[in-house]
Design a protein around this ligand. Structure first.
Ligand code: GRF
Length: 186
């Protein structure tokens, strides 16, 4: 049985999609969800599936306390699904090419500092881009600059709010992220 460890800080809709996918395709399972936000929606979602939730605070992450905890789950892949802190390099170094992230835009556009969540979609709207999309990439110490694994585009020229763009992008995320993870685990 392949093991996944997820890191998330938010609502957890991607984590939910991943957990559900691997209940249907049970050659892998989500062994644990790590979060820096005990009050985040992802905590209730994971607990609802009986999946262990580990609270990893900013200081835990910065002082190297999290790697040993991750190792206990023996992950084949570490998946960042809306994790908003800088991912510790000790974990990246311990799991080379085994840490991936999803970004709600077509990197390298709209990546880097401050480019997360609704900010990304607001910038797309302000720049009147006609399309956006998702990027699934390896995580290295420069965060959004790791090698691209997968990208998918969606037209947004008819959108007139960042929320509308976000909804289209999230639909792509939920559709593709579990499939890309499954491919990487095979
Ligand atoms: C997603 O839009 C993802 O692209 C970004 O963070 C968001 C997480 O959303 N990295 P959710 O918590 O999975 O609903």
């Amino acid at each position: 049985m392949k093991k996944l460890v997820l890191f998330a800080s938010g609502a957890g809709s991607n984590a939910d999609a991943i957990i559900r996918y691997f209940k249907e395709n049970a050659f892998a399972e989500v062994a644990a969800v790590f979060t820096n936000k005990p009050e985040a929606g992802v905590v209730q979602k994971a607990r609802g599936y009986g999946i262990p939730v580990v609270i990893a605070t900013k200081s835990d992450l910065e002082n190297g306390n999290v790697l040993a905890h991750v190792n206990q789950f023996k992950p084949d892949l570490i998946v960042l699904a809306g994790f908003l802190l800088k991912f510790p390099t000790d974990i990246i170094n311990a799991y080379p090419n085994k840490v991936i992230n999803i970004h709600p835009a077509l990197l390298p556009k709209y990546g880097g500092k401050g480019m997360y969540g609704i900010n990304v979609h607001r910038a797309i709207l302000e720049n009147r881009d006609i399309e956006t999309g998702i990027s699934i990439h390896y995580v290295n110490e420069h965060y959004d600059e790791g090698g691209i694994i997968f990208q998918e585009r969606v037209g947004v020229s008819d959108c007139d709010s960042p929320e509308q763009i976000a909804a289209r992008v999230q639909k792509l995320e939920h559709e593709h992220f579990p499939l890309i993870i499954a491919q990487l685990l095979k």
